[in-house]
Design a protein around this ligand. Structure first.
Ligand SMILES: [Zn+2]
Ligand SMILES: [Zn+2]
Length: 168
């Protein structure tokens, strides 16, 4: 989505001196309990429309959070929630690594490190080990695209962000 790409470009200039290489930024309608996800091969940040669309503050915080991972990775540093990550986070005014939507805990230690995705039938799977280069979709037998995951974060919505009562 063009707006997300513009946000990325703007934040990259303002907060990261333009040091983050180009990433594809996209909403992923399939996310149900993940707010944001970054993969670095190929470089891509995916965001949950369910949790973030129409919530500019949460969207900005989550995108910036993922961009810190991308920035550290681009600098050849450990892209996890390291002290360097926390320093940058504080510099940008992000309150906590658990910031996004209030109570989301990072799942950096998740053993699931690879996603394979069939671009044809949109199926996705998670693997601990890198799938073999010739891995094919179990459904349509076409070759799958493999992503290496830096992190996935599960989201638990805080009470405060439950939808307000329907307007009358
Ligand atoms: Zn993170
Ligand atoms: Zn398929």
């Amino acid at each position: 989505m063009a707006t997300l790409q513009l946000m990325f470009a703007q934040f990259n200039n303002v907060y990261f001196d333009g040091e983050i290489p180009a990433h594809e930024i996209a909403y992923n309608n399939r996310f149900s309990n993940v707010a944001g996800r970054i993969t670095y091969k190929p470089p891509k940040i995916e965001l949950s429309p369910k949790h973030l669309r129409g919530k500019p503050d949460h969207l900005k915080d989550t995108l910036l959070h993922e961009m810190i991972h991308a920035w550290l990775f681009a600098r050849g540093e450990n892209p996890g929630h390291t002290p360097a990550f926390k320093r940058k986070m504080l510099e940008l005014g992000l309150p906590s690594i658990y910031h996004d939507l209030g109570t989301a805990a990072p799942l950096n230690e998740s053993p699931k490190r690879y996603i394979f995705r069939c671009e044809h039938c949109r199926r996705e799977g998670l693997r601990k080990r890198k799938p073999a280069p010739a891995t094919r979709c179990g459904h349509c037998r076409r070759p799958v695209v493999v992503f290496e995951v830096v992190e996935m974060r599960e989201v638990a919505l805080p009470r405060a962000s439950r939808p307000a009562a329907a307007p009358r």
